[in-house]
Design a protein around this ligand. Structure first.
Ligand SMILES: Cc1cc2nc3c(=O)[nH]c(=O)nc-3n(C[C@H](O)[C@H](O)[C@H](O)COP(=O)(O)OP(=O)(O)OC[C@H]3O[C@@H](n4cnc5c(N)ncnc54)[C@H](O)[C@@H]3O)c2cc1C
Length: 478
């Protein structure tokens, strides 16, 4: 007979969302149990944010040494030992996982290893044990979407799981000579540039007319494609993949570009065509919880599903209630779930301002709406884009690639969104996010004294472009 355990909060998953909820439940004096079928800590620490940012920085060091931006600096060849680099990545992950996840599991917070699935609306089963929860949180995250390309199931291919560790099959220990990437979203961009900088020949295939085709300003995808091409990445847009097959040691990809069929070859194939919520393998129907057409678990603004004592948060809710698949969103919402599960003064999940960054070089960062989204939301827009070459710091440090674009309501002048491609964009975007949180107007960005010369001045300069030509400014004059 199955053993049983009773908990205040039963959580499916053990990623950042689950941990945030478990810790908050603990603070409230409640017991919580998490479940995990892969590795404790989930995607971010094991095969997402942490390993990617570790390796991307190493690639940046190599690139910077080989291509110094300053005349007078001689290029230096940094030798790459790929296996050692992967081993140090695993070391960093292990230390981080231990400190930020494993060590936090104690008496009040426990974890069960194995695949969890519902057996009722208050009960989850994992590895023969039945866990009963007064409240339940679905935080099972997401996984790569595998498109239905002819022949794909007959060839070996990689997904973002190549960043994994601890003997999971896909972890990549040998640097490929050549790589075809299907997809032009943020993971494709980050990994594509990283591999190119390590020395791999990279071809990126995007079926839309530009990279980052959804949810970004068109100028962002265009700008980064130009930068990539200068680095030797082959970017093929408007390219649909017809089929793939293995030929000896190579993968052959048949594509259709502008009505013409052609074949591309590479040692490895990386499929990076988006992620889908993990809601389909947990017997969710036995809980009564409903999901949307992309597998996202539907929640209300208090993160409750249609079954009042069952909550969902993190990647598994997809873009429901304006959410995004990113670690800080899940962590923030996980805390809200635990609060709402055990208190009557319910907290709302507010997804109006979510800054996000793609860790390419230069970085891409954005917050709020694009011009198209603002118009669709009924705003008459004022929009302006300024090249990074007009930002004093960018010129001073010879790093002028990129643009910044501001979207504001033409009448109220409230800033509705900012997109930036440029050095330190991921840091700069926080000023815009904080300002938008307090519904700042164009003039607020101008009135704020900015440190000179910083990349954050880009915000002030793009705001000034509402009133005058930013190419004719002196130093930090407004
Ligand atoms: C390559 C890559 C780079 C990324 N970089 C960034 C970044 O720089 N910044 C950022 O903010 N975000 C980044 N992300 C996204 C980020 O990793 C996710 O948004 C975040 O990890 C989601 O957290 P979560 O807790 O909702 O889900 P997860 O962390 O995925 O946790 C869910 C866990 O549940 C487990 N699980 C699923 N089903 C079951 C089941 N039935 N039984 C038991 N266990 C189950 C899974 O194994 C998983 O461990 C990146 C993602 C990838 C793939």
């Amino acid at each position: 007979m199955a053993s049983t355990g009773r908990f205040d909060l039963v959580i499916l998953g053990s990623g950042s969302t689950a941990f945030a909820a478990a810790l908050r439940a603990q603070e409230l004096g409640k017991t919580a149990v998490m479940t995990e079928e892969r590795m404790i800590g989930g995607t971010c620490v094991n095969r997402g944010c942490l390993p990617s940012k570790n390796l991307i920085e190493a690639a940046k060091i190599i690139h910077g040494a080989r291509h110094p931006r300053y005349p007078g600096l001689t290029p230096a060849d940094v030798k790459l030992n790929f296996r050692e680099l992967i081993a140090q990545k695993d070391e960093v992950i292990h230390a981080y996982r231990k400190k930020k996840y494993e060590s936090l599991v104690d008496g009040q917070i426990s974890i069960r290893k194995g695949h969890a699935e519902f057996v009722g609306d208050h009960m989850v089963q994992v590895d023969g044990e039945r866990l009963t929860g007064e409240r339940i949180l679905i935080a099972t995250g997401s996984r790569p979407v595998i498109p239905g390309i002819d022949g794909l199931c007959n060839v070996p291919f990689l997904t973002s799981d190549l960043l994994t560790n601890d003997g999971e099959p896909m972890e990549m220990w040998e640097l490929p000579r050549s790589l075809i990437i299907i997809g032009g979203g943020y993971i494709a961009l980050e990994l594509g540039q990283m591999f190119r900088r390590f020395g791999t020949g990279v071809t990126m295939l995007e079926r839309n007319k530009q990279l980052l085709a959804h949810g970004y300003e068109p100028a962002v995808g265009k700008t980064i494609a130009e930068i990539f091409e200068k680095e030797g990445i082959r970017v093929l847009t408007k390219t649909s993949v017809r089929s793939v097959r293995q030929d000896g040691k190579e993968i052959v990809v048949t594509t259709r570009i502008c009505g013409k069929t052609s074949q591309l070859r590479a040692e490895k194939l990386l499929v990076s065509t988006g992620r889908r919520p993990n809601s389909d393998k947990i017997d969710i129907e036995k809980s009564g919880v409903t999901v949307g057409k992309h597998g996202e678990v539907h929640v209300d603004e208090f993160l409750r599903t249609n079954v009042p004592h069952i909550f969902a948060a993190g990647d598994v809710i997809g873009r429901d209630i304006g959410s995004q698949m990113a670690t800080p969103v899940g962590s923030h919402d996980g805390g809200i779930v635990a609060h709402n599960a055990f208190n009557s003064d319910l907290r709302r999940a507010n997804h109006r301002v979510i800054p996000r960054t793609i860790f390419t070089d230069p970085q891409i960062a954005m917050v709020g709406m694009t011009e198209e989204e603002a118009q669709a939301a009924g705003h008459k827009c004022w929009c302006s884009a300024v090249p990074m070459s007009l930002i004093p710091r960018a010129g001073a440090i010879r790093d002028t690639a990129g643009i910044i674009k501001m979207v504001a309501d033409d009448k109220t002048e409230e800033v509705l969104g900012v997109s930036m491609v440029g050095n330190s964009a991921g840091e700069v975007i926080h000023e815009a996010a904080m300002a938008m949180r307090f519904r700042a107007k164009i003039q607020d960005f101008i009135d704020l004294l900015h440190v000179y010369p910083t990349m954050a001045e880009a915000l002030k300069i793009v705001a000034i472009s509402r009133f005058k030509d930013p190419a004719k400014l002196s130093c930090c004059a407004e």
